[in-house]
Write a protein that binds this ligand. Sequence first.
Ligand code: AMP
Length: 221
Amino acid sequence: MNENKERNLILLGAAGAGKGTQSQKMATRLNIPQISTGDMLRQARRDQTPLGKSADGYMTRGELVPDELVIGLVEERLQKPDAGPGFILDGFPRTLEQARALDTLLKKLGRAPLQVVDVQVPEALLVERLSGRLSCPKDGASYHLKFAPPKTPGHCDRCQGALTERADDKPDAVKQRLVEYRNKTAPLIDYYHQQRLLHPVDGVGEVEAVFSRITQALQLS
Ligand code: AMP
């Protein structure tokens, strides 16, 4: 299928489903930006901006940041020129209110319809994946001690920066993030299904195998 047409993608899935890894690969494949609200919020927190300071407590506890903070961030980001040929949203929308705000924005901007991939992983495996996860604070690359170890222990393959564990990958925050997913984000599956935009994909298995399921679901291969 034509890979030059505008592609506006959403990767849905619980924490640990592999959204970050898969959307990075997709961004490279289609040459469109990966827009991760989690990465943007973590950056804002590191920079101690007003947004970062407001989001900090919610993130540490594993709760969702209030809709109005996140929606504004995404609205601004989607209007940057690099998102013109398309974008892949990773971690947004996470509530019905966010999904509706996104629909309104895309309509206003006259953008192509969304394609939504739901990356499905059983909860027990999510918990296993979230413990031992490491990420690079500089470029957002993600690793896992067991499933995807970096070439040099503790360092990013791409930029050699020191890898860190996310504060919200600690057990209490992980539990809370899964609760937030079940209560607030899972209803989006039905929302997009009803609009016939949803592509469910089995997220269990090797990174490459899952990626090829996603490209098939989106008819990219
Ligand atoms: P993530 O890296 O996508 O797992 O996001 C990490 C944390 O950032 C989440 O647990 C939330 O606290 C916050 N966050 C990221 N994206 C959103 C969103 N779309 N809505 C609300 N909170 C978000």
